[in-house]
Design a protein around this ligand. Structure first.
Ligand SMILES: *Cc1c(COP(=O)(O)O)cnc(C)c1O
Length: 352
């Protein structure tokens, strides 16, 4: 029996998302998934594993609401921001009929989630400066229910102009939700748009504990929006999205001490980033280091050098973004520890 014949048509065509962890490699320097380079330490305090967890763990919601400066009913917690990307589609888009819109080069999961759900996708590439092409977005809004904008953008590292986000919210008013993916906002905290919720009923903000909070393995993310949006998401989310140990650790990470530790990490990492960017810019193999408001650098290397594979063979695993950005030798490098950044620099210096 050919099981593949039973699989939904749109799923038959798909290949699994090439996440950083799936690509493989035998490295000892992992700078390809925008993870924080050092593991935080937590002890479990909840032992009630015979019971189902709270559907929306109150402590986690209370503490994140306070951290983000919103009301608890403007928040839903999920299995990472990735689950939130999909929940929005499941709540707002009719399969085969409605579309999402996003602006490449950007995060790959908007497309993957839409394709698995049978929701159509429209793409409006960013302009040469990686900012939104508002005129073309406006021309492509037919059937669009969700517009995903990542700021700071992955993989390019730039913030999206806040005036453009405002203009987009106005263009989309009464037609579509504008979803601002703030997975990296802790590295540029002044640029959050959360305070605009009072003025824009169609604004949605995505957050995660995976990046600045150093908890990618925890799988915990947040959607911030006005209550009617959150109410719709509550209808489609799984009954128990967060395991008890996840909620336990998330609550600790969001305590006063946890948030202070995260902020200290961000200060150090941003310093490390500046130093690393300056050192990279001085290497002959480097053509350009793009400014970054996040925890990674987008770097353009000389066209005739096989930088990605040379470093791969030395156990330094980076992320090749040439295809997604549409330019040869564009590599995204996560900011690691000082030792890891130095390993990258010395491997690059050895390239003749
Ligand atoms: C890492 C990342 C996410 C996913 O976050 P999780 O909470 O780990 O699912 C979402 N959006 C962007 C832009 C990311 O880079």
């Amino acid at each position: 029996m050919d099981i593949n014949q039973l699989v939904r048509k749109n799923i038959q065509k798909l290949t699994p998302y090439q996440s950083a962890r799936r690509i493989g490699g035998n490295g000892d320097v992992w700078l390809n998934a925008n993870e924080y380079p050092v593991a935080p330490h937590f002890e479990l305090t909840e032992q009630t594993l015979n019971r189902y967890p709270e559907p929306q763990p109150e402590k986690v919601i209370q503490r994140y609401a306070q951290y983000a400066g919103v009301q608890p009913d403007q928040l839903i917690v999920s299995r990472g921001a990735d689950e939130a990307i999909e929940l929005l589609m499941r709540a707002f888009c009719e399969p085969e009929k409605d579309s999402i819109l996003y602006c490449p080069p950007t995060y790959g999961m908007y497309q993957v989630s839409a394709e698995t759900l049978g929701i159509k996708t429209k793409t409006v590439p960013t302009k040469a400066d990686w900012q939104l092409d508002l005129k073309r977005i406006e021309q492509h809004l037919d059937s669009v229910k969700l517009i995903y904008v990542c700021s700071p953008n992955n993989p390019t590292g730039n913030l999206i102009d806040p005036e453009d986000i405002k203009a987009l919210l106005n263009i989309a008013n009464n037609r579509a939700l504008v979803v601002i993916d703030e997975a990296y906002i802790e590295f540029s905290p002044d640029s959050t748009v959360v305070s605009w919720l009072a003025n824009y009923p169609n604004l949605v903000v995505l957050r995660t504990l995976s990046k600045a909070f150093a908890l990618a393995g925890l799988r915990c993310g947040f959607t911030i929006a006005n209550k009617p949006v959150i109410d719709a998401l509550q209808k489609v989310i799984a009954p128990y999205p967060l395991a008890t140990p996840v909620a336990d650790i998330a609550a600790q990470a969001l305590s006063k001490d946890g948030i202070n530790a995260m902020k200290l990490h961000v200060i150090n990492l941003n310093k490390q980033k500046e130093k690393f960017a300056n050192s990279l810019a001085q290497l002959s193999v480097v053509e350009k280091v793009y400014p970054s408001s996040s925890n990674y650098l987008c770097v353009k290397f000389q066209d005739n050098k096989d930088v990605f594979n040379i470093l791969w063979n030395k156990g330094i695993i980076l992320r090749d973004q040439s295809k997604s950005i549409g330019e040869n030798n564009m590599i995204r490098i996560t900011i690691g520890t000082q030792a890891e950044c130095e390993a990258v620099l010395s491997a690059l210096k050895a390239i003749k």
